[in-house]
Design a binder for this molecule. Structure first.
Ligand SMILES: Nc1nc2c(c(=O)[nH]1)N[C@H]1C(S)=C(S)[C@@H](COP(=O)(O)OP(=O)(O)OC[C@H]3O[C@@H](n4cnc5c(N)ncnc54)[C@H](O)[C@@H]3O)O[C@H]1N2
Ligand code: MOO
Length: 412
């Protein structure tokens, strides 16, 4: 009996990733840090903003001087000067009854606690401005340190850097960041029927699809794909190519090249690699049952099913969480999930977790979208192209009725 049938559950599969350590950290400049994952706490050494600033064009005032003023009873304030943009406001200190002309973003003068918008003022004479709407203390200003106080933690380890995060770091003068190294993922397609996508396949051959879709999936998940092309179904050749590819990588993805009996072939290649250990040979999911996982120290080797849709689903459910584990994000799917309603009855077989490809149709506002299954053999990609996400149906569930609520994992 071939040991395809020693199936591991998807949960047990993902649990294995806890034994893979996140990769070491490295320092990268801010310009190259988008999407990278922070490896150490980032703390502000200074206040942001560094000084109290006006958020409007107008007059910096002592708010109390404007209390009770109105259109019929204006407050008359003496204008003692103007703070040019980029000049320090500390050149002025307001005494009661005084104001200073200020622009959006300018540093407040000493003793000022609010800004009156220019629209609510009128010049009275050369040195006096009439204010006809009162302001409260703190109005129209951002206080020093209101964004971040000195010593506060700005980003915790495990944060994936988004544009707004990078903006804050640059505001604080943190121009390089410690981040986890990106996992390097060697991608190898195998099968004597495959030719590179640039070539016109002769009869009996097809173009390599998996290399391209897997490389894009790796990039999207924050890894760095290393393409190794196509390898023929030859044990010695494959052992040499896999060994060489893994030497430069953290993960090896080997897709196809081995139906049933020949699956042992991938297993034998992985087993023959120095210091390797076989962890999984078959997982109870559909599509993608004939999946192999081996490790070599902290490196992982995946034997992915050759069928194009199966390879994609297995990447999403298993390779992606491992890449996240290496990147410091934890072994999670990292996909957005939404609640949807099944548009029709969806059958499923007991014993295997089904990942049904579904298309979502919006309904009226406030209502969950409808999930319609897009059926198709796992050798076809068009169902995945038409689908918006995957609807997991548990191992012990026989199927879903029409009209039931279900979670849908959205494709990234
Ligand atoms: N008698 C049985 N046959 C098969 C079984 C089974 O249990 N008994 N399992 C089926 C299932 S399920 C899957 S999934 C596949 C597993 O396929 P392999 O991983 O062994 O890979 P291949 O046989 O090489 O490929 C299958 C299919 O995919 C095409 N392929 C492979 N690589 C690529 C690529 N890079 N780009 C495009 N297409 C690729 C290949 O030409 C085959 O058509 O086995 C079933 N068979
Ligand atoms: O398990 Mo296969 O991956 O159904 O096509």
């Amino acid at each position: 009996m071939n040991d395809f049938f020693k199936l591991i559950s998807p949960t047990d599969f993902v649990a294995l990733f806890a034994d893979f350590a996140p990769l070491a950290d490295e320092i990268v400049p801010l310009g190259a840090a988008r999407g990278r994952v922070v490896a150490k706490p980032l703390t502000s050494n200074e206040a942001l903003p560094p000084f109290s600033r006006s958020t409007m064009d107008g007059y910096a005032v002592r708010a109390a001087d404007t209390f009770g003023c109105s259109e019929s009873e204006t407050a008359l304030l003496t204008v003692i000067g103007e703070i040019a943009m980029g000049a320090s406001g500390q050149a002025f200190s307001l005494r009661p009854g005084q104001a200073v002309r200020i622009w959006t973003g300018g540093e407040l003068p000493l003793k000022a606690d609010a800004v009156v918008m220019v629209e609510y003022t009128q010049p009275f004479d050369e040195q006096t401005v009439a204010v006809f709407r009162p302001v409260a203390p703190g109005e129209n200003i951002i206080r020093a340190g209101e964004d971040y106080a000195p010593g506060s933690i700005v980003l915790e380890p495990g944060s994936r850097l988004r544009p707004q995060d990078l903006g804050v770091l640059s505001g604080l003068g943190i121009t390089s960041v410690p981040v986890y190294r990106q996992p390097r993922v060697a991608i190898l397609s195998t099968g004597d029927e495959l030719v590179p996508a640039e070539q016109t396949p002769p009869p009996g051959k097809i173009r390599d699809i998996n290399s391209t879709s897997l490389a894009a999936l790796v990039e999207e998940a924050g890894g760095r794909p290393l393409l190794h092309g196509i390898c023929s179904d030859d044990f010695d050749r494959m052992l040499a190519v896999c060994t060489e590819a893994l030497a430069e990588a953290d993960v090896l993805l080997l897709s196809g090249g081995s139906s049933v009996g020949q699956r042992d072939f991938t297993k034998r290649v992985f087993a023959a690699m120095p210091d390797s250990e076989l962890l999984v040979h078959g997982v109870s999911v559909r599509p993608g049952k004939p999946t192999i996982l081996a490790r070599q120290g902290n490196k992982a080797l995946f034997g992915l099913p050759g069928h194009v849709a199966s390879a994609l689903v297995i990447f999403t459910c298993f390779v992606r969480p491992l890449l996240r584990q290496y990147s410091g994000l934890g072994a999670t799917l990292g996909l957005r999930t939404i609640r949807a309603i099944t548009a029709e009855q969806i059958p499923s077989t007991i014993g295997r977790e089904d990942y049904v490809r579904v298309r979502l149709t919006a309904r009226e506002e406030g209502q969950s979208p409808l999930a319609t299954p897009v059926y198709g053999k796992s050798g076809l990609l068009s169902p995945l192209v038409r689908a918006d996400g995957l609807l997991p149906i548990g191992r012990d569930v026989e199927g879903l009725d029409r009209g039931v609520e279900c979670p849908v994992l959205l494709f990234p």
